[in-house]
Design a protein around this ligand. Structure first.
Ligand code: NAD
Length: 492
């Protein structure tokens, strides 16, 4: 749980303040931080959008969103009122230079102090990032204590990511730029760092000598829904692999940083991205699988095909499976298998580290299987860890082997509510702690690595393979591992 030491007073400006992200994630996260006493007097939230609402209209909109997106037992009427009292709305089309004085006036008027922290959260289309930063600068709103938060997608390829980074970088120092990957704010993901680096037992085993391979799966049961027009231009590789899955891979594979609260974490993650085996056209054909869901049965209900959902035939992938390697001393030769998709059997994000078989079979006359040890790190839902091992079944007579597991369930061990990733990340922004955010060179290294895959998949001859909704993806994803004598670890 995040420390509940109050942050400093802040003017937290959300561009796109009436949008889905703001109302569903950001405002509920701020409410919960307020409830736990983390927002001091003088902390204001200024929603900026094109919506025709005044302050009261905005407060009513946010009150409705809190009722919808915060569980009833966490809603406290007095805190809701307190948060609503912090809210303001500025109606502004960010492209309209003449209108910017309204935001300027609002920020100057009633601020807690002259050097109050300013957060500019850009919950709008990335095409507006450059314009907003330019106008913030021209309007004289960027102070030494200002920070900007960028939401995904961070470009659609290396060139567009560089453009966005350059436009934002003209106005903000890198240390004031917070590129959000909300996976990094998840409790279980942070716990992965703690498990690796605040304990000693794993570190000697965490390498190619003892690890057979690593699997990272991020599956969703939902289809593309009403995000079709965005998604059809993006696809699973850009939407999930380039950011979330590669970030998870970095945290599994990185070397111990000197400290976990300094720039060194990002340095170590960058080294992993730079050590990923470069994809050649031959490797793309051999080691990657793109899929697209056809009609099927998902969670017991009929589900339409992707093409039907977006309303036309499409070559956008809704599923990716791939094999890669981290080419360094620690990981040489260890496959990392990544998999993500929509309309899979369930929503689950999990990292599985599969260890090697014992070097010598010591129980030749035993009954029962010996399975390799596996560490399952469950990112969502039911955050926790499970170590699968082999034990002796109790009883007289011969030795019978049985797989058993050591479980760490977050809910059981710590009780209480697991905070949403945004709660942690928004407070880190105010505190100016960039550890859990992506640095410019990381984002660009990730795009550099996926570029040959994007290129190969853009060929007209390339078509994603169909898989029925509600299944684990195309058969080729299974053969990708079977070829290596391995199989995907499905949820138990
Ligand atoms: P949305 O369409 O629901 O809301 C867009 C918001 O931006 C509205 O408040 C709108 O008034 C405002 N806006 C648009 N153009 C503007 C302009 N010219 N001037 C001022 N305000 C303007 O979008 P959303 O779902 O909230 O997503 C916003 C951004 O965040 C998108 O780039 C999206 O890809 C990204 N994102 C969204 C989510 C999510 O869960 N919704 C998750 C991750 C990233």
């Amino acid at each position: 749980m995040d420390s509940i030491t109050p942050v400093d007073a802040c003017d937290f400006t959300v561009f796109g303040g009436t949008g889905d992200l703001a109302l569903r994630k950001l405002l509920p996260a701020l409410y919960l931080r307020d409830r736990d006493g983390q927002l001091p007097d003088g902390f204001r939230v200024i929603g900026v959008s094109r919506a025709e609402v005044d302050d009261d209209g905005y407060r009513a909109l946010v009150a409705g969103a809190l009722r919808e997106h915060v569980v009833a037992e966490d809603l406290d009427a007095a805190v809701v009122e307190r948060l609503l009292g912090r809210l303001h709305h500025v109606r502004l089309d960010v492209a309209d230079v003449a209108a910017w004085h309204q935001l300027h006036d609002r920020l100057k008027d009633g601020a807690a102090s002259d050097d109050v922290i300013r957060v500019f959260y850009l919950a709008v289309a990335p095409g507006l990032f450059g314009t907003i930063c330019e106008h913030l600068d021209e309007a004289g709103l960027v102070t030494e204590r200002s920070r900007v938060v960028l939401e995904k997608p961070m470009g659609t390829d290396l060139a567009t990511a560089q453009q966005v980074n350059a436009a934002v970088g003209r106005v903000f120092e890198e240390s004031s730029i917070f590129r959000i990957d909300h996976y990094l704010g998840k409790e279980s993901v942070q716990n992965l760092l703690v498990t690796r680096f605040a304990n000693t037992f794993l570190e000697p085993l965490w390498n190619s000598r003892w690890v057979d391979h690593v699997q990272i799966t991020v599956s969703e049961s939902i289809g593309v829904g009403d995000r079709g027009s965005y998604y059809d231009r993006s696809g699973a590789l850009r939407d999930m692999v380039q950011n979330h899955l590669l970030q998870l891979l970095c945290l599994v594979a990185m070397e111990p940083p000197t400290y976990v609260d300094r720039e060194t974490v990002r340095d170590e993650k960058l080294k992993v991205l730079q050590a990923l085996r470069p994809m050649t056209p031959e490797l793309v054909d051999r080691d990657t699988v793109a899929g697209q869901y056809a009609a099927g049965l998902c969670e017991g209900r009929p589900a339409a095909s992707y093409a039907d959902e977006v309303g036309h035939a499409s070559s956008t992938e809704t599923f990716v499976a791939m094999r890669t390697e981290v080419q360094n001393w620690r990981w040489a030769g260890v496959p990392f298998y990544l998999r993500t998709g929509k309309r899979m059997p369930e929503r689950v994000s999990e990292i599985v580290v599969v260890f090697k078989e014992p070097p010598h079979a010591m129980f030749p006359h035993s009954e029962g299987p010996t399975e390799p040890n596996r560490l399952h790190i469950r990112v969502q839902p039911d955050e926790g860890m499970r170590l699968h091992m082999t034990a002796k079944e109790p009883g007289p007579g011969g030795i019978r082997l049985r797989p058993v597991s050591l479980d760490l369930s977050y809910a059981a061990a710590f009780g209480g509510r697991s905070p949403d990733a945004y709660e942690r990340l928004l407070m880190d922004v105010v505190r100016g702690n960039t550890t859990l955010f992506m640095r410019r060179d990381e984002v660009e290294a990730a795009w550099t690595w996926v570029a040959p895959i994007l290129e190969r998949w853009s060929q007209p001859s390339h078509r994603p393979r169909k898989y029925p909704a509600g299944t684990h993806g195309p058969v080729a994803a299974v053969t990708l591992l079977e070829r290596d004598g391995r199989s995907w670890q499905e949820t138990e």
